[in-house]
Design a protein around this ligand. Structure first.
Ligand code: NAD
Length: 401
């Protein structure tokens, strides 16, 4: 099918609405926001003028149902995702929804069922699966550079979100886990393999600093059927900016990615430049860590390219509502584990990946009678080899001069 420009209805004019529009309208891209919806007429009008958007609406249904619109992009607070998805699916529009898909797995599953029953295109806007560094890392992993993936770590920490509704667990569905754990979990799933079932989780969560009901800090472990473990660390009280980084360890290699805060750009200023430095930067003087192109560093343009190319081809994008549902199910288990302080199973009413547990180990052969455990060149120039006898299981150490 020929590439065509899509007309987008953007719901929400907050931080993510701004990032999405910057990405969509940047670099002479062809898919544009055609209508923007905000409750406030003044905000809608200003946003439309700022980004050269032909229409604005203060009525969400009118924005969605307009015959001009091909694609609805949802950038509203978490409690409004379901309602917006329902209306967009009923109008037969392609739907792209920001993260987290739902406030919990039940909401996410309902959204998945709605779009699948309506037969509309659906994309889960998990931008952090798309930064150029992550796409390159994923391709290296798929080409076998790291061997079998054993462990991933994803860290998302900043001094806390920028709007009231995030801090209200009823509206957002939780705290730092629902807000940022969703990114880390999906990053881990991508590295480990989305066909591999997340089996169980162990999670610590606490409210260490802020006067809120939900957690402002958490750490979790997600164990997969392959034996791999995906670790996430999230904080709404981390000082000094937005720390986003990932690590992956496999049997044959290791990988590390810094997305923000430490991207290779450092700037010292004694006077500042009186303005925005980078998202969640806490200071504008002293040593600063600006980000050259935030939208690209966070994967937004690459994400939209995947979404619209998939829409052109009638295929599924890399991230769909199904992925959003799996992530919500993992987070539900995390919230339970944080309470029970036990490993809790991930309950997936719908699972479309591999069924079997696969923890097969492939030991390295040294010779016909031994497996190789380790070899190392020591500081004094000797080489140590540690072996295990195949029959009998005896450990053997050899030192070669
Ligand atoms: N990296 C990412 O993918 C990323 C980053 C930030 C936010 N988000 C997600 O985007 C969504 C919005 O977050 P944000 O940071 O833009 O928040 P925000 O508070 O900056 O903006 C929210 C927008 O929704 C509007 N809104 C609030 N309550 C409303 C209501 N009751 N009815 C209609 N409109 C209402 C606000 O006026 C504003 O335009 C959330 O789901 C959040 O998790 C994703």
């Amino acid at each position: 099918m020929e590439d065509k420009p899509y007309k987008i209805a953007l719901l929400g004019t907050g931080l993510i609405g701004t990032f999405y529009t910057t990405s969509l309208h940047g670099q002479r891209r062809m898919d544009k926001v055609h209508t923007v919806y905000s409750r406030s007429e003044e905000r809608a009008k200003t946003f439309a003028q700022q980004w050269n958007i032909p229409n604005y609406e203060t009525d969400m249904l009118r924005a969605i149902q307009s015959a001009d619109i091909d694609v609805v992009v949802i950038g509203l607070p978490n409690n409004l995702h379901l309602e917006a998805v329902r209306a967009a699916a009923a109008a037969g529009k392609a739907i792209l929804c920001t993260k987290p898909l739902g406030r919990n797995a039940a909401e996410a599953l309902e959204m998945l069922k709605i779009v699948e029953e309506a037969g509309v295109f659906h994309g889960y806007l998990e931008d952090l699966a798309y930064p150029a560094k992550t796409l390159k890392a994923l391709s290296s992993i798929r080409n076998g550079a790291l061997g079998k993936i054993l462990w991933t770590r994803s860290r998302e920490a900043h001094p806390g979100p920028h709007s009231d509704w995030f801090w209200d667990a009823q509206l957002s569905g939780g705290g730092a886990i629902i807000d940022m754990g969703c990114h880390c979990i999906e990053i881990g799933r991508n590295y480990i393999g989305k066909d591999i079932r997340p089996v169980e989780v162990m999670c610590w969560a606490d409210t260490l600093v802020k006067p809120i009901e939900a957690e402002d800090n958490a750490i979790g472990l997600v164990r997969y059927a392959s034996g791999a473990v995906s670790q996430f660390e999230v904080s709404w009280t981390y000082r000094g900016g937005m720390d986003l980084r990932d690590e992956v360890a496999g049997t044959e290699g290791t990988l590390r990615v810094d997305h923000f805060l430490r991207t290779g750009m450092e700037l010292f200023t004694s006077v500042g430049e009186k303005g925005y430095v980078a998202e969640k930067a806490e200071s504008e003087t002293g040593w600063l860590f600006p980000v050259g192109d935030e939208a690209h560093a966070l994967g937004y343009p690459q994400m939209f390219e995947d979404m619209f190319t998939a829409l052109d081809k009638g295929e599924s994008p890399m991230e769909t509502f199904y992925d959003g549902y799996v992530v919500n199910a993992i987070m539900d288990a995390c919230y339970l584990s944080a309470k029970t302080k036990k490993w809790e199973p991930v309950n997936l009413e719908v699972w479309r990946g591999n069924e079997a547990e696969d923890q097969q180990r492939e030991y390295k052969e040294y010779d016909n009678n031994h497996y190789l455990i380790k070899e190392e060149l020591l500081p004094d120039g000797r080489k140590k080899i540690i072996l295990k006898e195949k029959s009998g299981g005896q450990l053997v150490q050899r030192v070669l001069d």
